[in-house]
Design a protein around this ligand. Sequence first.
Ligand code: UD1
Ligand code: UDP
Length: 368
Amino acid sequence: MKIAVVFGTRPEAIKMASIVKELERRKLDHVVIVTAQHREMLDQKLDVFKIVPAYDLDIMQHNQDLFHVTTAVLNEIKPVLLKEKPDVLLVQGDTTTSFAAGLAAFYLKIPVGHVEAGLRTWNKTNPFPEEANRQLTTRLTDFHFAPTEWAKKNLINEGIKPEDIFVTGNTVIDALLMIVDPMYKFQDEPLKSIDFIKRRVILLTSHRRENFGEPMTNIFSACRHLVETNPDVELIYPVHPNPNVQKTANKILSGVPRVHLIEPMEYRPFVQLMNKAYLILTDSGGVQEEAPTLGKPVLVLRKTTERPEAIDAGTAKLVGTDKDKIISTAQRLISDKQAYLEMSTKANPYGDGKSAKRIIDILLEKVK
Ligand code: UD1
Ligand code: UDP
């Protein structure tokens, strides 16, 4: 059996890494294809996990739109799949790489395995286009690897046969446990010089397309206000390279004392930064899954989430993108010790670090 694995962006690379490593460890016939929907942020992750793809479709363009990503993935992956003839193609999550690669496999009658299947907001425009991508990918999928029982239930409610759904945990926890290193010391400024004990560090990540414009302006203005009104707070924001994000971040946050706008970080120091931060503000999917394991309170800067488990566990709160709501919720966690402690309990609803192993075992048993 030959297993093909495709990914293209930072989060997919992180969440496919343990699968690639497990295929290598067991010496199974496999082929790694990267679309490079992301370039620098993908290469960072290939380096840290020491993954050398067999094919690099190199599709990223500056400020690309969804038409470009979709058509480039479809057109560029076709000859690779025709040549390699895998018995199954694994795609991950909800990116346009996942959906378009799944569509290409479907057109070529190659079975699709969907890693992180069944997440839902049931709101087609939020997150955009990810909710549609993941629903469409479900329709193309033969083997649904659901991270949690909640995700499995969503798939059953949509008519997917229970025998085609496998609850495996989320491979993000495999990656996190591979990389987490409490002894890690920051090598570079400004992180090297920040006193994480005396200062309260807020870590921000924000990049969602549906937040471009006013919502992102609100998020950044709220962060600026929190820093300006709390003299012991520092804000660290590894700014996503999307030009729409960069423009707004520079306009509102650049040059503000105790605000550090930095480049997207390598995974090892980023995990350490999550671990040392006082509070995390994010619209990221992956960060919502990682932070509970580290016992870090997370405010989710979105109207909806497809990851309710962390909210149910009490470590995350959905605050949306209203400036006043972000300020009041974050300020409470800064000023009220009890409120902070209530959100800092460790919880891990997402996996035990063995998801990749389970996924490969299932494929070996089920793929004919
Ligand atoms: C993509 C995914 C999103 C995921 C996010 C993770 C889609 C539609 N979106 O969004 O689901 O949450 O990745 O970060 O699949 N860029 C660079 N270098 C990089 C990466 C991006 O310069 O390494 C810039 C380029 O100008 C690029 C732009 O960012 O055109 C947008 O990249 P794209 O992958 O289309 O969208 P993201 O917002 O990154
Ligand atoms: N991440 C990273 N460096 C950073 C910011 C995030 O390595 O500077 C990691 C983070 O730990 C998580 C993943 O990237 O595993 C999330 O990616 P992103 O937020 O871009 O995408 P999403 O998860 O929202 O699709």
